[in-house]
Design a protein around this ligand. Structure first.
Ligand code: FAD
Length: 411
């Protein structure tokens, strides 16, 4: 089949890779000048199936309200005169019941664990390098309440049969010796030894090159302006320069899918949730994390990507606002400097922002639409790097009409 993939973030490129490998003639249309330059560029780097789960959880609406009045809260809702924001928030609240949370978490865990297995296989097959580390992810707690929450999370992990260890403060410092010098209190930890870390941007660029070597065509600087339908089928995909025809079209444009699909009558409940990261060169390797630390207190993730340190966090619901307010960046910088003093010259950090493509419930849209030849791979929220290979494999099997691989893969 001739297949057009729209969007060359980690999701679009992974889709293009598996579709090309499956024997299709694939063309990727990307608005930017290269692959992985939007949300997949500066994320926290965590390939963390153990943490995969929805933000919509029991108790979250109340927490969200409280956080609205705290300047350094990890999640900030900035109310706007925007029906999309309000309708998304209502759907989010509707997903905060115990039943919806359990169902959404189970779906996300299944695809995330499958995805990790696909990533390992891809690495073995291709030798792809992306400053990855396989030393697990360590969640740290500052207060007794947080450590108690960690123990409850461990019970859920045990039920899902996910490898984990609940740790005392001393054990935390054995796993991450640099934390022995932290200025922040540590009341315990939770280790997920099978989780990984890696540079999503490097991965996306390298995988795009590997796909191109196998015949996949990439057209950059080509924003898709419209997708045209005739009856139940898509017949054209238009950029400013060219019109493309294909047997199937995959939309993988992250949070920008909403605008692209609206004229086709497809209203996706995906909202851009902004986050920030900082990256700096490691100056003292012994003072930096060995692998990856998720700080529950600030919801900031700090990891080592080769010779660099990356810290990412914060969630703001304020549309596609590109502002980088100093107080948000300073909050991030201060917390990393407190946890890992002397690891890097934080004054030299490079800052970035990105828009998580969030669905209200958590699970992404992967698969068919009402148009016979239009497929989606969008809405992977805060877990898109973790889910990329798995979601792309699921999509590839669906396009080929083969059984869903998740049915065979236990979480
Ligand atoms: C602060 C932060 C930390 C994160 N940390 C993690 C983490 O640790 N682990 C994890 O798993 N996930 C993490 N994520 C989430 C992850 O980064 C995203 O889920 C993932 O990058 C989404 O990939 P994507 O390909 O869907 O979107 P994108 O990477 O945004 O790609 C979409 C592409 O579509 C292109 N596009 C848009 N419109 C058009 C058009 N009309 N025509 C052509 N092209 C178009 C864009 O230019 C872009 O390249 C984090 C996100 C943020 C913001």
């Amino acid at each position: 089949m001739r297949i057009i993939v729209i969007g060359a973030g980690v999701i679009g490129v992974a889709s293009a890779w598996y579709l090309t490998r499956d024997g299709h003639e694939v063309t990727v249309l990307e608005a930017r000048e290269g692959a992985g330059l939007e949300t997949s560029f500066g994320n926290a780097g965590g390939v963390c199936p153990g943490f995969a789960g929805p933000w919509a959880a029991p108790g979250m609406p109340l927490k969200g309200l409280k956080w609205m009045f705290q300047p350094t809260a990890p999640l900030k809702i900035r109310p706007r005169f925007d029906p999309a924001q309000w309708s998304w928030l209502l759907r989010f609240v509707a997903n905060c019941t115990a039943g919806r949370f359990a169902a959404n978490k189970t779906r996300m865990q299944r695809i995330a664990h499958f995805s990790k297995a696909c990533l390992v296989q891809l690495r073995e097959e291709t030798g792809i390098q992306y400053d990855h580390g396989t030393g697990g992810v360590l969640q740290i707690f500052a207060t007794r309440e947080e450590a108690e929450g960690g123990r409850r999370a461990a019970d859920v992990l045990a039920r899902l049969d996910v490898a984990h260890r609940v740790l005392s403060p001393d054990e935390v410092c054995t796993i991450e010796p640099a934390l022995a010098h932290t200025r922040a209190p540590i009341s315990g930890g939770l280790q997920l030894p099978s989780d990984e870390v890696g540079d999503c941007h490097l991965f996306t660029q390298s995988l795009a090159r590997l796909a191109a070597e196998r015949g996949c065509r990439f057209v950059f600087n080509a924003p898709v302006l419209s997708i045209g339908a005739s009856g139940e089928r898509i017949d054209t995909v238009k950029t400013a320069q060219e019109s493309f025809q294909a047997d199937a079209v995959v939309v993988a444009t992250g949070p920008w899918a909403v605008k692209l699909l609206k004229p086709l009558g497809i209203n996706l409940p995906i909202y851009p949730v902004k986050g920030y990261s900082l990256t700096c060169d490691i100056e003292d390797p012994d003072a930096a994390p060995r692998s990856s630390v998720m700080d529950e207190h600030s919801k900031v993730m700090i990891c080592r990507l080769g010779s660099r340190l990356r810290a990412a966090g914060v969630a703001e619901l304020a549309g596609f606002d590109p502002a980088m307010p100093e107080h948000a960046l300073q909050g991030l910088r201060d917390r990393v400097a407190e946890l890992f003093p002397g690891a890097a010259d934080y004054g030299e950090a490079v800052y970035w922002h990105g828009f998580r493509p969030m669905t209200p419930g958590g699970p992404a849209h992967v698969g068919r639409t009402r148009y016979a030849n239009l497929f989606l791979n969008v809405g992977h929220g805060s877990n898109g790097w973790t889910q990329a290979c798995g979601a792309a494999r699921v999509l590839t099997e669906k396009i080929a009409g083969r059984p869903d691989p998740l049915a065979r893969h236990a979480a």
